[in-house]
Design a protein around this ligand. Structure first.
Ligand code: ZN
Length: 438
């Protein structure tokens, strides 16, 4: 049972040694000062604080609404709806690393900003709190920014998702429609979509009228379409940490018409959630690329074909070294110098990593082509992880291993996803494989 405002006044009177009439007068004054924005209980709690009366046990009574928030309020509880979540920001201050995340929260009286710091950001992510979640904020405090009261969590503060109190709180609703990529049109704001990351392109820096910026393009897909996406500035840091095939929920994105159709843009309002809980399944990046990529006969391929799907039969395996040395830091090919090995980007390389490489001849009835695989697809054709390959090459010559591979692969049907290119030395067309299914 919650104490009534009258009971509170009595209790404050008892514990402060003042008369209850005097306490009531102080409460009324408080209410007048805040021009009707404070409830009776809210005002009583402020008076208690000024009189040095500790009502910690009754902290829950101080359930406020957003319109009641005033600079300096402490130990307050609110029931709110998350209207928007901004992308968490990492920062460094006095040599310490931190992270903060801002949310816009609302109730039936208004909206305000809630800022979470460090561990609370992690907890929020673990609890799956997102746009549309109902929240109980416990032990918050108010600090004004530019004259507007904003919420923060105190040291013992908590955010509790889906509290039972939310049902009766009359919280505003949010439009939480999750778009399928094929349904996106030009000029949308605040778009939510769940997509597979198909490809990441290198980040570029630019300088504009507001200083320096960063931009990064990437390709995303769902079962309805594959489209191009662009991350700007802070969001580049987030997208830059993703890898191909990651499943992500994009929030707060906007759409724009690009050269190849509608594009998704992630600006300052956007957020990227990794491994969101979803109902149903989104096919893997490779499945999506295979489904949405045009199938071609070998005879139809040209250096300008772009990404294509080819089905062919392996005829033979070309001779080669099966691997080359790469820089363990950046993945670039390392050059053998007189004094050792060096990477163009990173300088001297003491212990290089290796990347597998294999080239096979394949035919499909319309023609023949060399299919060249690097990295993962090469390991798949070879049938060994690069570590096993490395160990194998310590005992056998590459030609020996290639013979064994050929015995296994000759006559096998493969589905290849790749891009044709003109070999710079032989000038023949070859297919660079991005993925291979045997
Ligand atoms: Zn390097």
């Amino acid at each position: 049972m919650e104490e009534s405002a009258t009971q509170l006044v009595q209790r404050i009177a008892g514990e402060s040694g003042k008369g209850s009439e005097e306490v009531q007068r102080l409460v009324d004054e408080k209410k007048e000062r805040f021009a009707g924005l404070l409830t009776d209980s809210g005002a009583a709690l402020m008076v208690a604080k000024e009189l040095g009366v500790d009502l910690q046990l009754e902290r829950r009574l101080q359930r406020l609404s957003i319109a009641e928030l005033q600079d300096g309020m402490q130990n307050i509880d609110l029931v709110v709806r998350v209207m928007h979540v901004f992308s968490p920001k990492s920062f460094e201050k006095n040599g310490k690393k931190g992270v903060l995340c801002s949310l816009i929260v609302g109730d039936k009286t208004g909206e305000t900003r809630l800022t979470l710091w460090h561990n609370d950001v992690k907890k929020m992510q673990e609890q799956g709190i997102e746009k549309g979640s109902a929240l109980m904020i416990q032990n918050g405090y108010v600090k004004s920014f530019n004259g507007k009261p904003q919420l923060n969590l105190g040291y013992s503060g908590k955010i509790i998702p889906n509290p039972p109190e939310a049902a009766a709180a009359g919280l505003p609703s949010v439009d939480n429609q999750v778009f399928k990529l094929a349904d996106l049109t030009e000029g949308l704001n605040d778009v939510v979509a769940v997509v597979r990351v198909l490809r990441l392109f290198p980040m570029t820096e630019f300088s504009g009228e507001h200083g320096k910026g960063k931009v990064m393009n990437f390709l995303v897909g769902d079962e309805t379409a594959i489209i191009r996406a662009t991350a700007w500035n802070d969001l580049v840091d987030v997208v830059g940490r993703l890898v191909e095939n990651d499943l992500v929920k994009l929030e707060g994105a906007y759409t724009k018409q690009g050269l190849q159709g509608v594009e998704l843009h992630l600006g300052w309002r956007a957020r990227v959630l990794q491994n969101p809980k979803i109902s149903g399944e989104i096919p893997s990046a490779m499945q999506l690329l295979h489904q949405k990529t045009e199938s071609k006969k070998i005879s139809e391929l040209g250096a300008e074909s772009g990404l294509v799907a080819v089905s062919a039969r392996i005829v033979s395996v070309n001779s080669g070294q099966l691997r080359y040395n790469i820089c363990p830091k950046c993945g670039a090919k390392v050059q053998r110098m007189e004094s050792g090995m060096a990477c163009d980007n990173c300088g001297e390389v003491k212990e290089p990593d290796i990347r597998a490489v294999l080239s096979v001849v394949a035919e499909d009835g319309s023609g023949r082509i060399n299919i060249v695989a690097y990295g993962a697809p090469a390991e798949q054709l070879i049938g060994m992880r690069k570590e096993e390959l490395q160990a194998g090459l310590a005992k056998k010559q590459p030609e020996e291993i290639i013979k064994e591979i050929e015995q296994k692969l000759a006559g096998k049907q493969i589905a290849v996803l790749g891009s044709p290119r003109q070999n710079p030395y032989s000038n023949e067309l070859e297919l660079i494989a991005r993925s291979i299914e045997i």
